[in-house]
Write a protein that binds this ligand. Structure first.
Ligand code: NDP
Length: 326
C-alpha cells in the first residue's frame, strides 16, 4: 500500500483526499519510483482546486513533478537504486503523478539525478525552476546580453518568476521584477537579485501599440495586459520568453512591436521539452542557482496541507517555491 493525494469528482466539484492505495492500482509504465518529494506548481493548484480543466479522468493523483529512487525497472537505462527526476509529460494531468509515495511511469520521461543534486533540491527547483532556466536560455540564445539593458520578470514572487530573477541576476543582468505584492515581497526580491521592483499595476493598464523603449528582454509568467504592455515597451530587437498565464491566457497586443521594432516572442514549454535540452537545463540551473535561493525562497509542506496551498497558489498568495514531502 502507498499514501497518495487522490482527486475525485462529486457533482462536478473536485475533491482532494489523502488515501492509502494498493500498488496494483498504479498506471502502467516501465519504471516504478519510490517518490521522496514533489512540488507545488501553478498547474497543480488549478488541478487540485478544480479551477482549471487540467484533469479529465478521475480518480487522478496530481503532481506534475517528482524526484525519488527507482525500485523496479523494465528498462535497461534505469536500475533499482537510481535517483531520478520527472517533470511534465502530462504526469499529474492524465497519468498518476508525484503527490504519492509511489509512481509508475515511462522510462522516457525520467531524467537521471544530476551530480551534486538530491531529491529535495531537485524539487525545490521543480517544473517552475526548470522553466525559468529554459526562459533564460532562450533569451541568451536570442542574443540578449547584460549590456543590452534591463530584463523584466513578471509574476516575480512566484516559482518561475523568483528563479528567473535569481538566475538572471547571477548572470549579470540588471533585473526589474514586476509584482502585485511589492510591499510584502519587495525586499525579498531585491535580496534575490532584482535591481528594481515595480508594481504590477504599472503594466496592467491598456497600453498604446508602442511605448517608451525599456526592456532588452522579458521573462513573462503572467500573460494578458501585463505582457501586452511589456511588448509595447520592448527595446528595438529585444526578446520576450513567455511561459505563463497567471493573469489570463489572452494577449491583447498589436503587430507593431514585431514589425517596427523587430521584437521576438519566444514560446517556452517545459512539458514536452526534448530530453537533451532538459538535461542541459538541469545542469545549468544547478550550477547557477545559489544556496541562498533554497534557503530564502522555499518552504516544505506535507500531502495533508496541499488542499490549503493549492487554493493559495491559484489566488497568487504563494511566494517562491513549495516543496512537498510525500
Ligand atoms: P506561481 O503562482 O508560483 O507564480 C505566479 C505569480 O504570478 C504569482 O506569484 C504572482 O506574482 C503573479 N500573479 C498571480 N496571479 C496573478 C494575476 N491574476 N495577475 C497577474 N499576476 C498574477 O506560479 P508558477 O511560477 O508555478 O507558474 C507561473 C506561470 O507559468 C503559470 O501560469 C504556469 O502555468 C506557467 N508555467 C508554464 C510552464 C510551461 O512549460 N510553459 C511551466 C511552469 C509554469 P506577484 O504577486 O509577484 O505579481
Amino acid at each position: 500500500m502507498f499514501k497518495a493525494l487522490v482527486l475525485t469528482q462529486l457533482d462536478k466539484q473536485t475533491q482532494a483526499d489523502v488515501k492509502l492505495l494498493p500498488e496494483s492500482e498504479l498506471p502502467e509504465g516501465d519504471v516504478l519510483v519510490e517518490v521522496s518529494y514533489s512540488s507545488l506548481n501553478y498547474k497543480d493548484g488549478l488541478a487540485i482546486t478544480g479551477l482549471g480543466k487540467i484533469i479529465r479522468e478521475f480518480p487522478m493523483v496530481p503532481g506534475i513533478d517528482f524526484a525519488g529512487v527507482v525500485s523496479e525497472s523494465a528498462d535497461p537505462r534505469f536500475q533499482p537504486g537510481d535517483e531520478v527526476i520527472l517533470t511534465g509529460w502530462g504526469v499529474g494531468e492524465n497519468h498518476w503523478g508525484g503527490m504519492a509515495e509511489k509512481a509508475r511511469v515511462k522510462a522516457d520521461w525520467l531524467v537521471p539525478m544530476p551530480k551534486g543534486c538530491d531529491a529535495a533540491k531537485a524539487m525545490m527547483i521543480g517544473t517552475a525552476g526548470l522553466t525559468a532556466m529554459l526562459c533564460v536560455q532562450a533569451l541568451r540564445q536570442a542574443g540578449v546580453t547584460p549590456e543590452d539593458g534591463d530584463v523584466l520578470v513578471t509574476g516575480a514572487s512566484g516559482g518561475v518568476g523568483s528563479v528567473a530573477v535569481t538566475l538572471l541576476a547571477q548572470l549579470g543582468y540588471r533585473v526589474v521584477a514586476s509584482s502585485g505584492r511589492v510591499e510584502v515581497n519587495g525586499d525579498w526580491l531585491t535580496a534575490l537579485g532584482a535591481s528594481e521592483v515595480i508594481d504590477r499595476s504599472e503594466l496592467e493598464q491598456d497600453s498604446r501599440p508602442l511605448e517608451k523603449q525599456r526592456w532588452a528582454g522579458v521573462v513573462d509568467t503572467v500573460g494578458n495586459k501585463v505582457l501586452a504592455t511589456a511588448l509595447a515597451q520592448m527595446k528595438y530587437g529585444g526578446s520576450a520568453a513567455i511561459c505563463g498565464l497567471a493573469g489570463g491566457f489572452a494577449l491583447p497586443t498589436t503587430v507593431m512591436p514585431f514589425i517596427l521594432r523587430g521584437v521576438n516572442l519566444l514560446g517556452i514549454d517545459s512539458v514536452a521539452c526534448p530530453i537533451e535540452k532538459r538535461v542541459k537545463a538541469w545542469e545549468q540551473v544547478l550550477e547557477l542557482l545559489p544556496e541562498q535561493y533554497y534557503q530564502q525562497a522555499c518552504q516544505t509542506i506535507g500531502l495533508e496541507q496541499l488542499g490549503e496551498y493549492a487554493g493559495n497558489i491559484v489566488k497568487g498568495k504563494v511566494t517562491g517555491r513549495v516543496l512537498v514531502k510525500v
